[in-house]
Design a protein around this ligand. Structure first.
Ligand code: GAL
Length: 966
């Protein structure tokens, strides 16, 4: 058996918006599921009575409609690597819909269009086999004129869950069979427009636009092109000079409404003029270098899977725009065709990727990889033709991507040759071709910072002296990271360090975070509550667990902290405040536009109260340039008693756009002046005993806090562990030979420390408790001295000294003081970086302020529970619980604060957030040091400078409490 391609289909062509009649066949269809092809009834199902079948929605995936269940695997094929055969256990979905043909279609030639069927199908109309499909995310059209009746049509589709095509559709996502995109009948008038290919070029030297128009019209009649805004009215053929135009770019997505018509049909298009090319290893759009601030986007909805939902996609893309994202790689298949319209309209640079991945062959060391097997050549070519043809009129598409992780081979090369011959207006991308012989950009995934730096300097290995022609050629190409910053769980970290490199070297044209959205699927638990599921939750025998939960937004589109961090890193404006506040340095990091559409607003807040505000003039700063702008005296006039004086600047949109309201903040900058509070003198006459120091009472057995005022509170324990993040559970690619941090920590015992009370000493009004916190099995431990001094009837001072002992075998996750309040949290107020979490290597999206955090936002509700929620540079915080509040102020350096309704042990042991049960306590950690998060799930681990080596620590705090307000 040879691998198949679609049969009986029409040649692929552009998606056109036409006034020709159409009939939607979406809706309720009859459905019958069989467990295997051989077991599927051969009962004339195409035409027989099917009233007793089940019902299903079209478009939908049957696994999400109550028929069997979805399955997730990354590159592992869920069945034996035995190409081109699917397994016997292969769900077969028989679909039937009976319909009458709309009057408007009658008398026309009629085409039946499927926009997406996973994974292969046989199509029957009125008992006649029209053909078969391959290419799940690709459009397939059949001419049905001969078999269509006026009424009583029976459309029958047999869909295979797996097919030979599954071997080249092994993308890292849920296997979700079914007719999941629309089914449409298209009336094709005589003399109608079959296909259009418009290349709308913009000449940056002259500002002129040129159209290269190719129109395929039935019967070869002439078509006319009109573009009213450009007063174009011409025969739609060949090059047409249109004079001066506004160019299209992601920053200026100018589209011109155009019509192409014949006597019988009018097609509407939106034309964007732009030129994409490479010069001196730089990626240029309209003659200017561009930086791709990208994400990889899969189509995903927690209830509907890959079914298109126009409102949600608009919301999704608007959310991207509001977070400064300007580029999308459509990983790893062309999205629903209308998504491209939105990309054009909102302004994104798109790498449109073919529906192709043969990653499973990595498990046979790439033996029999279809990419290098002649038998699959046509299948590869068919896929790229369908991809390119459908989307070729979209200005947003700047590169065609041959596919993802399909190894290397002649078939990929053949695809590239076809693309280059067909469309020279765009670039060819494929990450798997490291030698870059048949691509136009050098693309990699998860390359380390060091390697990206080398590539930037064009000295990547091997050294130039031994370089082959291909390697020399590669060095003339721009570089992108088509995947970097793996946004799984808490992370990614060290993205800013990549961005600094991208900005430093002209050859580096940016990158695409992996990935935009988490693919969690919504299910209902036994108790009726909503649960987000991942791999293995449906009983799959081969799966990749929560590796599918790795997005900048949750499956419900809630931004994760990684998105907030990324938005700040890639912000198109950078505002740096001079240390003396005399001026700001403003960098315009847009590639095309000035900052005239932004208002630069400053605010000065002293101890929580705004004392001055104003705007500064940032007009006329051209793209990719910097300017110094003076600040008024009121930004720096001396305020004698201030503990914190925050000058913040915001670049805000002056007028609303289609994706954000006026006032939306694009970028921030700040300067902070802080005064360390001096310890108040203790009120005279206060004394200390082994059990009491002012408002604090202690257990005499272990010297630990028992209550503070009326607040039941235990601690502090010395904590050096955290509930492993997803990244902590994987070895970074830079130290793949070492165990992941979670294992190193376990091996070093820091997840199970044991403490011993050494002594309690009283000296005048102070109690000093000494403890040793040790690791099981080993000699390592931390000696702590905790000196408690009553300052007043409510305030207690705590001076802490921590000294590590022994030879540690691992870095720590953190160094902190852990308290447990025996009452559930309500929220917190603090001064520090916020409003969200920050870790040392992912702290770009936070700013200094007086923040209020509700209970639900204390931590991040990761689908797989893990450490989250640390607030950095905190000077003062009040944690509210049902039993009262705890206020902590530092007398020395700021600290990191984590407040959670869950213990770290619970977080580490629970696999799904739906199973987390709050135990009624509030867990408060005051950290002197906290490790970065890195991106070890894919890419480098935590950079050395963000690790916490065993170290001594000191901090002085004031603790007080107040009763709960009702
Ligand atoms: C890449 C792959 C993506 C995804 C990612 C890990 O290798 O291209 O599809 O699997 O790794 O999440």
């Amino acid at each position: 058996m040879l691998p198949q391609i679609s049969t009986g289909t029409l040649s692929s062509r552009a998606r056109l918006t036409s006034n020709a009649p159409e009939q939607q066949l979406d809706g309720k269809w009859h459905f019958r599921l069989s467990r295997s092809l051989r077991g599927a009834p051969d009962d004339q199902w195409q035409t027989a009575e099917c009233e007793n079948w089940d019902e299903i929605d079209v478009p939908a995936h049957w696994n999400l409609q109550g028929f069997e269940s979805p399955a997730y695997s990354n590159h592992q094929m869920p069945f034996p690597l035995d190409p081109p055969y699917p397994p016997d256990a292969n769900q077969i979905g028989d679909y039937r819909v009976d319909f009458d043909t709309d009057a408007a279609l009658q008398g026309h030639r009629v085409v039946l269009r499927f926009d997406g069927i996973e994974s292969a199908a046989e199509i029957w109309l009125n008992g006649e086999l029209l053909g078969t499909t391959r290419g799940s995310r690709l459009t397939q059209e059949f001419d049905v004129t001969a078999s269509l009746r006026e009424s009583g049509n029976q459309l029958a589709v047999r869909v295979m869950q797996f097919s030979d095509a599954s071997y080249i559709e092994d993308q890292d996502m849920w296997w979700l069979p079914g007719i999941f995109r629309s089914v449409t009948l298209l009336g094709r008038p005589d003399g109608g427009i079959e296909d259009i290919f418009i290349v709308a070029d913009y000449d940056p030297a002259t500002g002129a636009g040129t159209l290269d128009v190719k129109v395929a019209v039935q019967n070869d009649v002439d078509a006319r092109l009109t573009i009213p805004a450009l007063t174009v009215d011409a025969v739609a053929k060949g090059p047409i000079e249109v004079g001066l135009v506004e160019p299209w770019s992601a920053e200026t997505p100018t589209l011109y409404d155009a019509e192409i018509s014949t006597a019988s049909e009018t097609v509407q298009l939106r034309v964007g003029f732009r030129r994409v090319h490479i010069e001196e290893a730089q990626l240029l759009v309209n003659g200017r270098p561009v930086m791709l601030r990208g994400v990889n986007r899969h189509e995903h909805h927690p209830d509907k899977g890959r079914v298109f939902d126009p409102e949600r996609v608009r919301a999704e893309l608007s959310l991207m725009k509001r977070h400064n994202i300007n580029a999308v790689r459509t990983s790893h298949y062309p999205p629903h065709p209308e998504v491209l319209d939105l990309f054009d309209e909102l302004g994104f640079y798109i790498i449109d990727e073919c529906d192709l991945e043969s990653h499973g062959f990595e498990h046979s060391e790439w033996r029999r990889n279809p990419s290098n097997d002649d038998a699959w050549r046509e299948a590869y070519l068919d896929r790229i033709r369908r991809t390119v043809n459908r989307d070729k009129n979209h200005p947003s598409v700047i590169m065609w991507s041959l596919g993802n992780e399909a190894g290397t081979g002649a078939n990929l090369e053949a695809m590239s040759s076809w693309v280059k011959a067909f469309d020279s207006s765009r670039l060819v991308h494929y990450e798997g071709d490291w030698s870059s012989t048949y691509v136009d950009v050098y693309s990699r995934m998860y390359a380390s910072h060091a390697e990206v730096g080398e590539i930037g300097r064009e000295v990547e290995q091997p050294a130039p002296i031994t370089a082959t022609a291909a390697e020399m050629h590669r060095r003339t190409l721009p570089f992108i990271q088509c995947e970097f910053g793996h946004a799984m769980g808490n992370g990614p970290g060290a993205v800013a360090e990549y961005w600094d490199l991208f900005e430093q070297y002209p050859r580096l044209a940016g990158g695409f975070i992996w990935e935009w959205i988490e693919h969690g699927l919504a299910t209902t638990g036994a108790d009726g509550t909503r649960r987000i599921a991942y791999g293995g939750d449906f009983g799959e025998t081969v799966h990749d667990s929560n590796f599918v939960i790795d997005g900048l937004v949750s499956a419900d589109l809630e931004p994760r902290p990684g998105l907030i961090d990324y938005a700040a890193i890639i912000a198109p404006v950078r505002i740096v405040v001079a240390a003396d506040r005399s001026h700001i340095d403003v960098a315009n990091r847009y590639d095309m536009v000035s900052l005239d559409h932004l208002e630069l607003v400053w605010r000065r807040v002293v101890d929580g109260v705004e004392i001055a505000a104003g705007t500064v003039d940032a007009a006329g700063i051209s793209p990719r340039s910097r300017t110094r702008i003076p600040l008024p005296e009121s930004t720096r006039s001396v305020v004698e008693t201030a503990l914190a004086d925050v000058l913040s600047l915001e670049a805000r949109l002056r007028v609303a756009t289609s994706w954000a309201p006026a006032g939306h903040v694009v970028s921030r900058g700040e300067d902070v002046r802080e005064t360390v509070i001096t310890a108040p003198e203790p009120t005279a006459g206060l004394t200390a005993s082994a059990s009491h120091v002012g408002a604090a009472s202690f257990g005499v057995v272990d010297g630990a806090l028992v209550t503070l005022g009326a607040l039941p509170i235990a601690g502090p324990a010395v904590g050096i562990w955290r509930a492993p993040t997803d990244n902590d559970r994987y070895p970074g690619w830079d130290e793949a030979e070492k165990p992941p941090f979670a294992d190193r920590w376990h091996d070093a015992g820091i997840d199970r420390t044991v403490s011993r009370f050494i002594s309690a000493e009283i000296e005048s009004a102070s109690l000093t408790v000494r403890t040793r916190t040790g690791t099981p099995i080993r000699e390592t431990g931390i000696e702590g001295a905790f000196t408690w001094t009553a300052l007043s009837s409510t305030d207690v001072r705590l001076d802490v000294t921590l000294e590590p002992r022994g030879k540690w075998t691992s870095d720590w996750a953190r160094l902190g003081l852990d308290f447990v309040i025996a009452s559930p949290p309500r929220g917190m107020d603090y001064f520090g970086l916020g409003p969200g979490q920050a870790y040392p290597d992912s702290a770009s999206g936070v700013s200094h302020g007086w923040w209020n955090v509700e209970r639900a936002h204390l931590t991040v509700d990761h689908v797989r529970p893990q450490e989250s929620g640390s607030r950095r540079e905190v000077r003062e915080a009040t944690v509210q619980t049902d039993a009262g509040s705890l206020t902590v102020r530092t007398l020395s350096q700021p600290f990191a604060l984590t407040v959670s309704p869950h213990s770290r042990k619970t977080l580490a042991e629970t696999t799904h957030n739906a199973d987390l049960v709050a135990d009624g306590n509030t867990y408060v950690s005051i950290d002197l040091a906290q490790s970065g998060v890195g991106t070890a799930t894919c890419g480098p681990g935590i950079l050395q400078r963000y690790r916490v080596a065993p170290q001594p620590g000191r901090i002085s705090l004031v603790l007080s409490t107040a009763p709960a307000t009702v």
